[in-house]
Design a protein around this ligand. Structure first.
Ligand code: NAD
Length: 341
């Protein structure tokens, strides 16, 4: 299959592209605006492959998107281009409205104009997969059942609200125009090549440098963690085998409090034979509780039964192994992150 991936220079998009090319032999055209979080260094493994090509394109730019689509004639589009950081959305929501909502609208229109003109099997098999988040469903309390595909949308941050808007656009393009759309809602991802503003890489890098790491509130917020390589496999399974018009929850069956994730990272670092920053007795001494984020969601949890039963996907990388490998990757790959901090 030929995939058009938007946002393929980002954390999850680059993992999907590496998986599509290295493990599945699919062809990929990556379009990305290369914002602060887009990084072509994450694609060094595949950049010379004949199966891969890249164009620097903003999904809001209809003319550019149309030219790429007409040229590459994809079998499927996966939309991962987004502004993705909750804290940035609180400081300056405008980019989130532009890319996540207007950008998704522009992309949908260009994809629709391409798809209506397709014929036969190419038209029947075409898919538009929109990558959303569990955050659109708001916040759970401890006793509540995890989110599932029928959960109500109750977004609390400008980020999750913009993602919710884009989900509604995608769904309506399916209902109104018959565009063969699918939506996925994934929980928190972790793994190599994640921009160092996100919790896990932030803690690892600050610990290596002996800098205090800020933990919001009391650190007891709960997130479900999934390795990005498991997420990539789930996305390809949904694109290939998912039912048109459906949405699928994706998660790690691995709910943890933020503070426990931070302590796990400290423990892993204690176990590695690397010199500690000067004067530091133990990594947990760097924990620094700071004022809580505005409208901070308490808990996200994800029920993955639908994707497991329908598509046979389930997470395969245990958090303890995945986290250890991730810590090790950041220690060994300073070349990738040092210019980003
Ligand atoms: P990321 O910030 O690492 O990557 C986003 C990519 O999109 C970057 O390469 C950026 O340059 C590109 N981009 C931004 N604006 C663009 C535009 N206007 N046109 C073209 N490209 C543009 O984000 P990520 O963590 O890889 O997330 C990808 C998607 O997955 C997002 O939609 C996000 O909401 C969703 N998601 C992420 C997580 C997570 O834990 N990271 C969990 C669930 C869902």
């Amino acid at each position: 299959m030929k995939f058009l991936i938007t946002g393929g220079a980002g954390f999850i998009g680059s993992a999907v592209i590496r998986h599509l090319i290295n493990d599945s032999g699919h062809e990929v055209i990556n379009i990305d605006k290369l914002t602060y979080s887009g990084n072509l260094d994450s694609l060094k493994d595949v950049e010379k492959s004949e199966l891969y090509s890249f164009r620097e394109v903003d999904i809001c730019d209809s003319d550019q998107v149309r030219r790429v689509i007409d040229y590459c004639r994809p079998d499927a589009v996966m939309n991962l281009a987004a502004e993705s950081c909750v804290d940035r959305s609180i400081v300056d929501p405008s980019k989130f409205i532009q890319t996540n909502i207007v950008g998704t609208f522009s992309l949908l229109e260009e994809v629709r104009n391409y798809w209506v003109k397709l014929e036969g099997g190419k038209k029947d098999k075409f898919r538009f997969l929109h990558i959303s988040t569990d955050e659109v469903f708001g916040s759970l309390c401890t006793q509540e059942e995890p989110f599932n595909e029928g959960s109500h949308y109750i977004p609390n941050s400008p980020y999750s609200a913009s993602k919710a808007c884009s989900d509604h656009l995608v769904r309506s393009w399916g209902k109104t125009y018959g565009l063969p759309v699918l939506i996925t809602h994934c929980s928190n991802n972790y793994g190599p090549y994640q921009f160092p503003e996100k919790l896990i890489p932030l803690i690892i890098i600050k610990a290596m440098r002996g800098e205090n790491f800020p933990i919001y509130g009391d650190g007891i917020q709960v997130r479900d963690w999934l390795h990005v390589n498991d997420h990539s496999k789930a996305l390809v399974a949904v694109a290939e085998k998912g039912r048109v018009g459906e949405s699928y929850m994706i998660g790690g069956n691995n709910e943890k409090r933020n503070i426990d994730v931070v302590r796990d990272i400290c423990e892993i670092l204690e176990g590695f034979e690397i010199p500690k920053p000067k004067g530091l007795k133990k990594y947990t001494d760097l924990i620094d509780f700071v004022e809580d984020r505005k409208a901070h969601d308490f808990r996200y949890g994800v029920d993955v039964n639908k994707i497991k039963n329908e598509l046979g996907w389930q997470p395969s990388i245990s958090f303890s192994i995945g986290l250890k490998e991730t810590v090790s990757w950041y220690i060994s790959n300073e070349w990738w992150w040092e210019r980003l901090i």
